[in-house]
Design a protein around this ligand. Structure first.
Ligand SMILES: [Fe+2]
Ligand SMILES: [Fe+2]
Length: 361
């Protein structure tokens, strides 16, 4: 042990001993913690402020039948198999969309700036083009894209359910600016140019003609006052890499986080936001897929994860998609502020925000 680490070790031991003494003397461990352990560092990166954020779930039904999706992955060789090499079931699925198990994930975001002006953009663009077209039509996104109301499309990550429905966006506006996180594979860029991948029943017939930005990881990318994105280097199942998350700073409320899948883990994400952003010690709202138990396979360790969320003082929790229904039940039981949905447009339950539902923060 070097001198320095020995000193630290002894210092730690002394603090531990002191805490033990005070604990014996009836002083609470919380008081001890606050006295001896310095509070976690809060970030300094200033992203400015916005007035409010409205998040509309266009589709959170990434696929319609969970066991069938898992079966497709298993048959292809498991969770590490390249998503473009998996023959996803696209016919004969009774609960699917016209027999196809593919649905998709897409979210419309509207930001009200401090001067009252409103700006819209899209997070993700679904999987099944036919299903995504239907959802876009239902929410008027087809017109919003065509008339330029949607400023840009940001892709959270390359996963089939978030990105493969790119044609649904491009057919209305081929030159829309697109932002993707670092880590996209060559197939992802080919798809954007217009390509066909028969094995996984994927194609895009409308080449992208507008600007494309690939965002470096480990940085806060400012988008507009009070809005930024953070990209994480994270290896993800079915050979995907990197995920980008949206962060907001809402005046008089605090930080809002909007995710696609949250493959980096919700606690890691919130700790990162806290230690990076100015105002990160007040995370007011979280929305999106939280990737806790997407296949409803509950593990007791997730109970700790749900309870740990209390630590952040979140006031509005708009989860869905890969969060999982059991997770949502546990969150409600733990008195976390889960916002209910309306179970419309093929969203199965109202326990969390579903298709066509929205939340504002
Ligand atoms: Fe994902
Ligand atoms: Fe997802």
């Amino acid at each position: 042990m070097s001198d320095l680490s020995r000193r630290d070790f002894l210092k730690g031991l002394a603090v531990g001993g002191t805490v033990g003494y005070f604990a014996m003397a009836g002083v609470s461990s919380t008081v001890m913690k606050n006295t001896f352990i310095p509070p976690a560092k809060v970030g300094t990166e200033d992203i400015g402020e916005c007035k409010s954020v409205s998040v509309k779930v266009i589709s959170e039904t990434s696929w319609f039948n969970n066991p069938l999706l898992l079966e497709d992955i298993k048959k292809a060789g498991g969770l590490l198999v390249n998503q473009y090499e998996i023959p996803w079931t696209n016919t004969g699925v009774e609960e699917g969309w016209k027999g196809d198990n593919a649905g998709g994930y897409a979210t419309l975001i509207e930001v009200e700036q401090l001067d009252g002006s409103k700006r819209k953009f899209l997070l993700d663009t679904g999987w099944n083009v036919d299903w995504t077209d239907e959802c876009f039509k239902r929410e008027g996104l087809d017109k919003m894209l065509a008339n330029g109301e949607i400023e840009f499309l940001i892709i959270s990550h390359e996963h089939f359910d978030h990105y493969w429905g790119i044609e649904s966006t491009l057919k209305h506006r081929p030159d829309i600016p697109i932002i993707v996180p670092k880590g996209f594979y060559p197939e992802g860029f080919e798809l954007l140019k217009g390509a066909e991948f028969p094995k996984c029943h994927l194609s895009n017939k409308v080449p992208h003609t507008g600007p494309l930005e690939v965002r470096e990881s480990g940085k806060v990318h400012k988008i507009m006052p009070g809005v930024a994105s953070i990209t994480f280097d994270v290896p993800i199942i079915t050979r995907v890499f990197g995920e980008e998350v949206l962060v907001f700073n809402v005046k008089d409320k605090g930080i809002g986080i909007v995710t696609g899948c949250c493959h980096m883990g919700i606690i890691s994400l919130m700790e990162h936001v806290k230690s990076t952003l100015k105002g990160g010690d007040k995370i007011y709202a979280v929305q999106g897929g939280l990737h806790i138990s997407p296949f409803e396979d509950w593990d007791p360790q997730y109970d700790d994860l749900v309870l740990a969320l209390h630590h952040y003082g979140i006031e509005r929790l708009g989860c869905n998609h890969c969060t999982g229904y059991i997770t949502a039940e546990k969150m409600v039981a733990a008195n976390l502020p889960v916002i209910k949905g309306t179970a419309q447009f093929k969203s199965k339950r109202d326990i969390y925000l579903g298709n066509g539902d929205s939340m504002t923060f």
